[in-house]
Write a protein that binds this ligand. Sequence first.
Ligand code: ARG
Length: 272
Amino acid sequence: MRRPFASVLAVAAAAAVIPLASPAPAATDSVVIGGYPVEISESPWTVALSSRDRFGGTRAGQFCGGVVIGRSTVLTAAHCLGADVLGAPPRQVRDLKVIAGRGDLLANDGKEIPVRDIWVNPDYDGYTNAGDFGVLTLTAPLPESSVIRMAPSGDPAYEPDTAAVVYGWGDTTGGGDYARGLRAARVNVLPDAACGRAYPGSADGAYEAASMLCAGEVAGGRDACQGDSGGPLVAQGRLIGLVSWGSGCGRAGSPGVYTRVSDVVRTLGGGR
Ligand code: ARG
């Protein structure tokens, strides 16, 4: 298995009970690492992907994040829908749902909406991690107020040093401490040259500027982590990234790598 999270989840799926509980790579402080709690009303476009069959009920089956980009359309990472993570092809996960409008995974607010259709980017490359996105179509629409706009190519929100926020229910320490409530962390968009130097190519992946962006802090600290995948990176009120991969979490010199949303827009076309 190429990615630690994938193997952790495959083991969890095989055990079919305790999800996400296995040592993850070391990290510094802690979404999300170095993060803070947020209300779901502040980011209504952030959703949890859930399968209690696959991941157990202790965290409502949460295993990845997703983003509402149309009333019935949720964008997530392709690797979240892979057999490595799910332990089976996604269509065989009969209870795959999107949890919307709920920050505390164990609360009862918001909605759990079954998925009607699954599309995984056929160009997703599991070795470099390029093209890490897929689309879920919901069986019922969400309010328009839950939809976030995707930043197209050329949008200033992609410029280096732009302040961005990543959201998720993932590991908050790098040690397998998965959040029950939604968290966020502030990170900065980094120059492609720095991302390329950080990730010239290894077992974790290889940085490719056309389909990825990276964000974090030069000194490490704030970052996404395992379980945040597929969730949003937002800058200037628009979606610029999806949590995709990284080497460890919050490590100096190893920023978080995100699916570049302008590449998603290019692939899907703007209107969804
Ligand atoms: N692949 C991880 C997941 O499936 C996300 C890792 C993000 N890592 C990072 N250091 N930003 O949840």
